[in-house]
Design a protein around this ligand. Structure first.
Ligand SMILES: *Cc1c(COP(=O)(O)O)cnc(C)c1O
Length: 395
């Protein structure tokens, strides 16, 4: 039997072009925009200004003068780079001060800095679990959590989104696992909704499982002084592993985990993405500490943000857009097809609003969306401009 002509000649295994062409055909091709403006309410791309509705700088702190000055001053003192990993000689007093402040801010005994949130998740899950164990993840968890769960070698189970009963059923089937770790986003990064933490704690605690919350989008935004989603839901003391990032509401860079002394010591000893990497520049830690202080005192910014969220939701609902169940600055508009989402993103861009189309595999098939994010850096008029652009684009 002979193969059809088109496949008769096996292509070279490193012929990369077909997969790229396929991605283009699906309207899933990713392209980077080159920014020339600082983070904030505006973006500048190819010399043109846009209102920026796709950054995660929720409180508008990424370009705050005090944060910038702290970065500059600390760089003058400590240089541009840390010079080594934390365990060799790269752990500076700026890192240490930030860790102490983060432990304090989250009401936990200790905190540990990681260079990125992605690495923190790989490090935490990899240090806590191996093949004797089981990990349970919400099916809409962030990619870094999913990757960490797959890489750690533990039995990997996904439960239905925000469904404690589905989690409970999965936990009940894992009786022989040594450790059981339940992992959830605090605020779901592509949907903006919050995890029902009390019910997840109930399900976990009754089966001797631990709960880990990745609060990349809640820390700084929700709860008293921005302490995060567990604090906002009154379950802070029931979350033994609290992770959040520093590149979103805090407007800086990096991530941390907060928890017990034993948890942090375990990570220092065993978390490979902590051990085998260069420490973040000390000046970044110094700037982040200033940003943390601003965040804690930023009730005015959180109130402004909440007002923007209400203004946007009221306006978009009137225009007939499908809103998602989100009370947070992440306000996705569900579009469905990849091509439609890309087309709407382009029409909004022509009207001066920068919003990226989020497509599979970042979100499930058939749920392409515009992920609109609001910031305290915006003005009420900016939100109105966005609504007007949405109205014109829908026509
Ligand atoms: C952004 C994000 C991360 C990754 O954090 P980085 O510091 O950007 O690597 C992890 N988890 C969630 C939920 C995120 O949104």
């Amino acid at each position: 039997m002979s193969a059809p002509a088109s496949t008769a000649q096996a292509s070279h295994p490193f012929d990369l072009a077909p997969a790229l062409a396929e991605r283009r055909r699906l309207h899933r091709y990713r392209q980077r925009l080159t920014q020339t403006a600082p983070a904030g309410r505006q973006a500048r791309v190819d010399g043109r200004h846009y209102l920026n509705f796709c950054a995660n700088d929720y409180l508008g702190l990424a370009n705050h003068p005090d944060v910038i000055r702290a970065l500059q001053d600390a760089a003058s003192d400590t240089g541009a780079g840390s010079g080594a990993s934390h365990l060799v000689c790269g752990h500076s007093y700026h890192h240490h001060a930030l860790e102490e402040a983060l432990a304090d801010a989250t009401g936990r005994p200790r905190a540990l800095l990681f260079s990125t949130g992605y690495m923190a998740n790989l490090g935490i899950i990899g240090a806590l679990l191996d093949k004797q164990d089981a990990v349970f993840q919400d099916r809409l968890n962030h990619a870094s959590l999913i990757d960490a769960g797959l890489a750690c070698g533990a039995r990997f189970r996904r439960y239905l989104h925000n469904d404690p009963a589905s989690l409970g059923a999965q936990l009940d089937k894992a009786g022989d696992a040594r450790r059981k770790l339940v992992v959830t986003d605090g605020i779901f990064s592509m949907d903006g909704d919050a995890a029902p933490l009390a019910a997840l704690c109930d399900a976990a605690e009754s089966r001797d499982a631990w709960l880990m919350v990745d609060d990349a989008h809640g820390f700084g935004v929700l709860g008293p002084q921005g302490a995060g989603t567990p604090a906002a839901q009154g379950v802070d003391h029931r979350v033994p592993v609290y992770m959040a990032t520093l590149g979103k509401a805090l407007g800086s860079f990096g991530a941390f985990v907060a928890g017990s002394d034993d948890l942090i010591e375990t990570l220092i000893q065993f978390a490979r993405p902590y051990i085998y990497t260069t420490a973040m520049p000390p000046a970044v830690a110094a700037a982040t500490l200033v940003s943390l202080r601003l965040t804690q005192a930023a009730d005015d910014r959180r109130e402004l943000l909440a007002a923007h969220i209400r203004r946007f939701r009221d306006g978009a609902a009137q225009l007939g857009y499908t809103l998602m169940d989100s009370a947070t600055p992440i306000q996705p508009l569900l579009i469905g097809s990849d091509a439609d989402a890309v087309a709407l993103s382009e029409r909004l861009r022509e009207r001066g609003c920068l919003i990226s189309a989020i497509r599979p595999p970042t979100v499930p098939e058939g749920t392409a969306r515009l992920r609109i994010t609001l910031s305290a850096a915006h003005t009420p008029q900016d939100v109105d401009t966005l609504l007007a652009a949405l109205e014109e684009s829908a026509r």
